[in-house]
Design a protein around this ligand. Structure first.
Ligand code: KG4
Ligand code: ZN
Length: 335
């Protein structure tokens, strides 16, 4: 069973071909980072126009790598939301058009559920129930996966998402875009204990997150530095490492709380921030110490990709589910 998957929820134009729901034959990502970098963030109107430009070449590349043609495809899976309306529309239109022209079934996929299936692609042994933490540019979601397709919401961010604060702090400090990987890199050999920051709601007895106050605290600490300190690369790296550590520590505290309350000792991570090296090492180390199995998808499957959409779409299709062709994007779709 071959599934053609399209993911255009934000600024990456992604096309993949998946065999039997779990084998990646191709996974093409056409990044628009170079275009959005000069604006310091994703410009929705620009992103949707670029998807239109990049989609056909990405599709051609995906078919070439998989050594297949549209005739071989049994299912077309496309992200429906959450995301940017204009961007989602591009992928959906393309998928629906192929579905009509080539008489192939079409299935719409929830992007967040796709991030969950990234773990399954890399770790076929992962079995529900498990706790899922999705940390991306738009989301910070803690969920109990009782079964595939059966999710119980625990908590989410009340303001900025984890990836969003990385990007905003980097933008303010003029470090570059996107901030997550750049901060990760600059923090790698720095001192995370030099500054003391706290994640919002860090020690509160709930599963919600709040990162906007932390962002303000980091910006204030930076503003209070002397001009020469602002130019001191090592000092700035320490500031970034201290910020990063407070985000990672907060994410761990809420996750371990969910583990303790539910008694479920498996945790899966997903979303772009799950590519963060500090987060990966802390979760692996603490998981080991606390006898919790931690499933980390490879960094390439943490960030947005169509392989996870194909895997998720194939799963639902195997239960006979398909979507109507008049389905519209849902920018606010929840898990
Ligand atoms: O999942 P994703 O590719 O797109 C969304 O669904 O949002 O996540 C993108 C986010 C961005 O905010 C980016 O800065 C962040 O993930 N990110 C990282 C790292 N790589 C990507 N954050 C921290 N450390 C990283 N290594
Ligand atoms: Zn995502």
């Amino acid at each position: 069973m071959y599934c053609l998957a399209i993911e255009t929820s934000c600024d990456d134009t992604c096309v993949a071909i998946i065999k039997n729901g779990n084998t990646i034959l191709s996974n093409v990502i056409s990044s628009q980072i170079d275009i959005h970098r000069r604006f310091g963030g994703v410009v929705p109107e620009v992103a949707s126009r670029r998807h239109l430009e990049y989609l056909i070449p990405a599709l051609e590349q995906a078919f070439q790598q998989a050594n297949l043609t549209l005739k071989n495809i049994d299912l077309i899976a496309v992200t429906r939301g959450p995301g940017l309306t204009g961007s989602l529309l591009m992928g959906l239109c393309m998928g629906k058009t192929f579905s009509i022209l080539h008489q192939k079934p079409f299935i719409a996929v929830n992007h967040l559920e796709g991030h969950l299936f990234a773990s399954r692609l890399d770790h076929p042994d992962i079995t529900p129930p498990f706790i899922s933490l999705i940390v991306s540019g738009g989301h910070t979601e803690l969920t109990v996966v009782q079964d595939w397709g059966k999710y119980v919401h625990l908590g989410r961010t009340r303001d900025d998402a984890a990836g969003e604060v990385f990007d905003k702090v980097a933008k303010y400090l003029k470090i570059g875009y996107p901030g997550g990987p750049l901060i990760d890199n600059r923090a790698s050999n720095a001192n995370p204990t030099r500054f003391h920051f706290r994640g919002g709601l860090e020690d509160q007895e709930n599963y919600d997150f709040s990162f906007s106050g932390l962002k303000t605290a980091v910006i204030r600490a930076y503003d209070q530095l002397s001009d020469s300190s602002k130019k001191d690369e090592k000092g700035i790296n320490d500031l970034l490492a201290s910020f990063q550590q407070s985000v990672v520590r907060t994410l761990w505290k809420k996750t371990i709380r969910a583990v303790k309350k539910t008694g479920i000792r498996s945790v899966s991570l997903g979303g772009g921030v799950a590519a963060n090296s500090s987060l990966r090492s802390l979760f692996s180390q603490k998981g080991f110490q606390n006898n919790i199995k931690v499933y980390l998808p490879s960094p390439a499957l943490c960030t947005d990709n169509a392989a996870m959409i194909g895997s998720c779409g194939s799963f639902h299709f195997s239960f006979g589910r398909i979507s109507p062709l008049d389905l519209e994007p849902d920018p606010q779709l929840r898990l």
